[in-house]
Ligand binder design. Structure first.
Ligand SMILES: [Cu+2]
Length: 174
């Protein structure tokens, strides 16, 4: 066995990194003292979390939620994790010359007194490789990680792309 195998592996890793390198991002997060409680970032409130499953299995899904910061220094959301999704990327929908497209964003700023919404047509989270354990009508958990390493989690309702009551998806099935 030569280096071929290694080369293959790193090519795979690159492929997986795709458009968002969030995962292996060194970020600004220097490891804090061990007594910090990372699971509940002080002053951070996460609400209205929804995970939308793709209509076609294997396609990306999306996650939406609202973040507000009540106190503390301005922070950046450095990463998002959705239980049941292999990978989550923060994206922003941009419209130029009447054409909308989306691009990955590395981090998203928050500050006290300000509310940031992740929603369709704006900032959103794209979900890749979604486990089939996530079912419409169920719940999962969305966790954000801040640039200082603090985290905040919230339960998210699971819907289809049709969302609300739109489309003709049978919610009781599955
Ligand atoms: Cu997107």
């Amino acid at each position: 066995m030569r280096k071929l195998m290694l080369a293959g592996l790193s090519a795979l890793a690159l492929g997986l990194a795709g458009c968002g390198q969030n995962e292996s991002e060194p970020a600004a997060a220097t490891s804090e003292t061990a007594d910090a409680t990372p699971e509940s970032a002080p002053g951070i409130t996460l609400t209205d979390a929804v995970v939308r499953l793709p209509v076609m299995a294997g396609s990306p899904g999306a996650a939406y939620f609202t973040v507000s910061q009540g106190s503390g220094a301005p922070r950046r959301i450095a990463g998002v994790y959705v239980e049941g999704a292999e990978r989550a990327e923060m994206h922003e929908t941009v419209t130029a010359n009447g054409v909308s497209s989306m691009k990955p964003v590395k981090d998203v700023g928050i500050e006290p007194g300000k509310t940031v919404e992740f929603k369709p047509g704006g900032m959103h989270v794209m979900l890749f490789d979604i486990a089939d354990t996530l079912k419409v009508g169920g719940t999962t958990e969305v966790t954000i990680t801040l640039d200082n390493g603090d985290k905040a989690s919230v339960p998210a309702r699971i819907e289809t792309v049709g969302g609300m009551s739109g489309m003709d998806h049978n919610m009781s099935k599955m």
